[in-house]
Design a protein around this ligand. Sequence first.
Ligand code: MRU
Length: 369
Amino acid sequence: MKPYSNPNLQTTMKTLQWIGDTSGHLRLIDQTRLPVEETYLDCHTVAQTHDAIRRLVVRGAPAIGIAAAYGVCVAVAEARREQPDLSVADARAAAHSAIDYLATSRPTAVNLFWALDRMRGIVDGSEDDSLAQRLLQEATAIHEQDRQMCAAMGQHGAPLLADCRNVLTHCNAGGLAASELGTALAVIYAAHDAGTPLHVYADETRPLLQGARLTAWELSRAGIDVTVLCDSMPACLMREGKIDAVIVGADRVAANGDAANKIGTYALAIVARHHGVPFYVVAPSSTFDMQLESGEGIPIEQRDRQEVSHPFGKQTVPDDAGVFNPAFDVTPADLITAIVTERGIIRPVNTANVLHVLANFAERADSED
Ligand SMILES: CSC[C@@H](O)[C@@H](O)C(=O)COP(=O)(O)O
């Protein structure tokens, strides 16, 4: 993959790191503290890892999957610390129970379950004392494959933005949400690197402000012009003809292309359609749930009322008022102009084309072997 000319893009985003050998731990940039503080949280136990995912210390579909994979390694290291002569059977039991536990951390991003299934395959296939080593190898491979998928999505998607100057994104689908470059932001980085002078509008993304806090932080440090706007403002910008494309990530894409992403994405897609603005979703194959025919079956996480009633510790809603706080919504495939994957571009978005693009790559990979 062609290296980016901007060194910040590849070298400084330390979203997730494994520290040490099989007895080591997971280090996460603490996304709840950005952009004010750049601090790191070390997870030495599976409970800490579960809590980090649930509290959004680490968030974004691919990053959740990678964190969960490392979380299984954390669990085996933790069990060994507690019982130095841990048997193979006990190590396998600790890994299995960690997999089941981590699967309860967040329900929507399918990457979590995809990564945990891969880890389960390693546990089930390991009968000897190489288990910890093999689990760490698998988690590292998931991490590395995500890096490659992000880079490939960037390259596939960049031509879509070649004639754009102002693009709008929602939530954070960048290196903080994945291994390195991210999904939607990988396309922006690649287009920028190819010489497209992009200006990015970042929705603030209520209630937790992933756009204002994270996307604006990430793009600024990469040297890309970014303007933050409230979630209620894109319609007026589009009406004025100031947005050339909307580009977002996804947490789960059904077989027909319906895509769950951060709450507010669906409304954005409707406004984009109304104004004739192309609406792109960028998602790796690990975000596709081919078991689901349509987005109707996607489980939508409902989060705590406090996130809306007391944002960042300040009460803004009376105690007696109810609060509605779904973390995601589903954008129907017919509102999506194209889905960019690491395997190519799905356009128009329908079941046949999803299957074709995802399968095509497998055929190419097979014939290259
Ligand atoms: C590259 S990730 C795309 C999505 O995961 C992202 O847009 C999103 O909705 C993340 O939600 P979050 O609740 O912050 O985990």
